[in-house]
Ligand binder design. Structure first.
Ligand code: SF4
Length: 451
């Protein structure tokens, strides 16, 4: 898939470690795949919060000198994906504010579905907003709450918001972490080697900093971190889990454990299900890197058809300011992906990808493989057709631009110029993630929105 659907961000919180901001930095580095437009860290030394944030990758925003100014035993961090037109530095996180109880910084992954109503009501009461971020609503709700203690104000604020949120709040002396009642976006809790704690969007952040996974923050749960105390768990809502199944399909890193399961193994399950339900005669199975790799391995192992790397990915492309002209329209994908001509020439290929969003990238890949001499190209997609946009923290094109919302599978096959095309069914996807109940959100495949 490569592009068109993007996780909006990653969050991390470190509590009870002398080098909290450095651990937050390394954690964000592991979570860079969830957002490459901006990065930021706020740290507290118990008296004062300091924040650094800017556009760019984590390694571009921070260096040794900057990190050394973020002293203290607690820190929260964020990496951000920016949608078109809102890549202002003001919209980078953490969001920092001074209010009557002191200072706070908030990082947020998700989308509030009642953000506009909340914002309009706050503006009517005189609030002034500096950004378009949902997160700023929370700052105002906390600042305006009539409760006396910060904890009570946070509870008051989160009870007024709806939608998808994995949040981490930092005050001068405490840290708070919370997931919405549906648990759309992941958030895991780990223990640092010195006895401190970490919360992060994915467990791959724990591995780099040597933290031990404890458990996921439960949907509807608020965790309170204080020095010298174990984290306090407060149930704000009865959990009604609707975990984002697309985390398994595409967003999460394969070395993470999301919602209690290995992402890599789950993707292999999807490939095996695809091989059983959508077989085709071919000489080799190749992935569209990187997203299609585990599912292609699963497909190959189940079908007995050899697995090969038929496409190489260039990881160093970054952003280019030279837009290819119409005549050079396939250049964009070729800059990222190159066919292994000697491997694929004359071969019947099964090409496994995680999803098709607009269809343009898939068409370019099929063309590229045929130009390189492939005899046949059979596309196999390890998720159902993406027919509906996401309102829970994932940036998706609107429905008119989603090819599966506007064409049948046969029409898409013709459009992408493949010899055959097949998707994983919703039932097989749910089997792949071992879903035993209706605890997953599948709205972008079904249009069945819970909120
Ligand atoms: S609509 Fe799709 S991407 Fe959004 S939360 Fe649900 S499963 Fe995930």
């Amino acid at each position: 898939m490569l592009e068109n659907m993007n996780e909006k961000c990653a969050v991390v919180g470190i509590f009870g470690h002398e080098e909290a901001s450095k651990l937050a930095y390394f954690s964000l580095h592991s979570l860079q795949h969830r957002g490459q437009e901006a990065a930021g860290i706020s740290a507290s030394d118990g008296k004062k919060l300091r924040t650094i944030k800017d556009r760019g990758l984590v390694t571009q925003v921070f260096d040794q000198n900057k990190l050394s100014t973020l002293s203290g035993r607690s820190a929260v961090g964020h990496t951000r994906y920016s949608t078109a037109g809102d890549d202002s530095i003001l919209d980078a996180q953490p969001v920092f504010a001074r209010y009557d109880l002191g200072e706070m910084a908030i990082v947020h992954n998700g989308n509030l579905t009642n953000a506009k109503e909340v914002r309009d009501a706050l503006i009517k009461k005189g609030a002034i907003f500096q950004t378009f971020m949902d997160t700023e609503n929370l700052i105002h709700l906390i600042a305006k709450s009539e409760k006396e203690k910060l904890l009570d104000r946070i509870i008051d604020a989160v009870q007024r918001i709806e939608g998808a949120f994995s949040l981490v709040f930092l005050s001068r002396t405490k840290m708070f972490a919370m997931r919405d009642r549906f648990g759309f976006r992941p958030l895991s809790l780990g223990r640092l080697q010195n006895g401190g704690y970490v919360v992060a969007s994915e467990t791959c952040a724990f591995d780099l900093i040597g933290a031990e996974f404890i458990r996921d923050v439960e949907p509807g749960e608020l965790l309170v971190f204080e020095e010298e105390k174990a984290p306090q768990s407060i149930k704000i809502y009865e959990p009604q889990p609707k975990r984002c199944i697309f985390e398994y399909v595409y967003f999460a890193r394969p070395d993470s454990n999301i919602f209690g399961q290995s992402v890599y193994e789950t993707r292999k399950n999807m490939g095996a299900e695809l091989a059983r339900s959508k077989p085709v005669e071919a000489d080799m199975v190749i992935p569209v890197p990187d997203g299609g790799v585990p599912a292609a391995i699963g497909y190959a192992q189940e079908s007995g058809i050899p697995y090969e790397m038929g496409i190489m990915r260039n990881h160093y492309v970054g952003r280019t300011f030279i837009e290819p002209t119409q005549e050079m329209r396939d250049l964009k994908v070729k800059m990222k992906l190159s066919p292994m001509v000697d491997i694929i020439k004359g071969k019947r290929l099964i090409v496994v990808d995680d999803s098709i969003v607009r269809g343009t990238t898939s068409r370019r890949i099929v063309r590229m493989l045929k130009e390189a001499g492939a005899a046949e190209v059979h596309m196999r997609i390890s998720s159902p057709p993406t027919t509906d946009p996401c309102f829970y923290g994932v940036d998706t094109p609107n429905k008119e631009k989603l090819i599966a919302a506007n064409m049948s599978v046969d029409e898409i096959c013709e459009y992408i110029e493949a010899d055959s095309l097949a998707y994983l069914s919703e039932e097989a996807l749910l089997r792949s993630v071992n879903a035993v109940d209706e605890s997953y959100c599948t709205a972008c495949f079904t249009g069945k929105y819970i909120v």
